[in-house]
Design a binder for this molecule. Structure first.
Ligand code: SAM
Length: 374
């Protein structure tokens, strides 16, 4: 059954859709953590121009508050925000990417605690330098996703922290900025990739930042089975490990790296330029929802280790969408090589758009598929 889209808040009632959303989307575009934040912001009665929203998921906070800016890593979240603002006839809200500092001097921050703790820590360390004493950071999340370290990290970077009320399995924390000094957090992490023969570094919100993912490893071991291409797309590139290794092995002279995470794109770019300093003209970087808005020359080979989570839940919808994007992007005869968890069934989607489907490898957890665009 499709989820209700009408959300009642102290700032008014709004119709909100998730982005991306499937037909009859069963999940709502907001959660109890958003509502806790909105109740508390309303109680504090801070003017919208002094509010900064951080990690809004589908635009609930941005639409209700119309803050000075939304600070996010996610192109999908920015698209959700944009669509829901328009749908509710709300003014535009500027988006500041995670790879820059948020603009302005907010006196109130409404923050959804992100999934990756190193990213949360990084965001708090940036905020600590931007906020004046007396500024309030409200942080909320769903109980089942909150680490016991949330309150200690708020205390460490921002100031005295209260664990506030819980409601409908969500929890709110409130921290007041004081003058405490904290050393800047070390943001980089990395690993040496054998197949690439180089170290890959990643910013805090990047997938598998300190070790090679086992699925990616299995895919890399099959690269020798692929014929060379004119242009290769590393779709959902993370730190760029698949595309950069393929480039090292001479699989294509031109590469496109695409990811919805600003930190992933920044990491892939800096890895590419550090490892292949003479080849900067060979690379294009695209931060968006896959390649839906990519209008450059098409690739004829795509490598992909698709996401298998939608936020916190395992869900093959996110991966299926990207495979459909691959079908839309590739010319006839173009090839898609991707790795998937064995328990996720992508075969029906593959069969709809591709032929010559071949299992290149499998192990206990993953399968690597090669398919030709019809
Ligand atoms: C399983 S990780 C793979 C990362 C990298 N290719 C690797 O092998 O380490 C999936 C990646 O998909 C990205 N992603 C999720 N949804 C996306 C979308 N709609 N468009 C582009 N990238 C997306 C995530 O940010 C993440 O970097």
């Amino acid at each position: 059954m499709a989820a209700d889209t009408l959300c009642k808040t102290p700032f008014g009632n709004f119709r909100l859709l998730r982005y991306p959303a499937r037909r009859d989307e069963p999940l709502q575009a907001w959660c109890a953590a958003d509502l806790l934040l909105l109740d508390e912001v309303h109680r504090l009665a801070v003017p919208a121009k002094d509010i900064l929203v951080v990690n809004d998921e589908h635009g609930m906070l941005g639409v209700a508050l119309v803050p000075s800016a939304v600070w996010t890593d996610s192109a999908l979240a920015a698209l959700a925000l944009q669509r829901n603002l328009a749908q509710n006839q709300r003014p535009d809200v500027p988006v500041a990417w995670s790879t820059t500092s948020p603009p302005g001097k907010a006196s109130l921050v409404a923050l959804r605690v992100p999934k990756q703790l190193p990213y949360f820590e990084y965001q708090l360390s940036v905020l600590a330098h931007r906020l004046a004493p007396g500024a309030i950071v409200l942080a909320a999340g769903m109980d089942k996703h909150l680490s016991p370290r949330v309150a200690p990290l708020l205390e460490q970077y921002i100031g005295p922290t209260q664990r506030q009320r819980g409601q409908r399995k969500a929890r709110l924390f409130s921290a007041c900025r004081d003058g405490r000094q904290t050393a800047p957090v070390a943001t980089g992490a990395g690993y040496y990739c054998e197949a690439l023969g180089a170290e890959l570094q990643s910013q805090p919100n990047v997938f598998s930042r300190d070790s090679l993912d086992a699925g990616s490893r299995l895919l890399l071991a099959q690269l020798h089975q692929l014929q060379a291409a004119g242009t290769l797309l590393d779709l959902a590139c993370g730190n760029g490990v698949l595309g950069l290794t393929a480039f090292r092995q001479g699989l294509a002279p031109a590469l496109i790296f695409a990811d919805e995470s600003a930190m992933a794109i920044a990491s892939a770019r800096s890895n590419a330029l550090r490892i292949f300093p003479q080849d900067s003209d060979c690379f294009i970087f695209h931060h968006d929802d896959g390649v839906v808005n990519y209008h450059g020359a098409a690739a004829d080979l795509i490598l992909c280790n698709p996401p298998f989570h939608l936020n916190h839940a395992v869900d093959e919808y996110a991966g299926r969408r990207l495979l459909e994007q691959c079908a839309g992007h590739l010319p006839a005869g173009g090839r898609l090589c991707f790795v998937a968890n064995r328990h996720l069934d992508y075969l029906p989607t593959l069969k709809r758009h591709f032929h010559g489907i071949e299992k290149l490898a499998q192990d206990r957890r993953f399968v690597v598929w090669l398919a030709l665009r019809r």
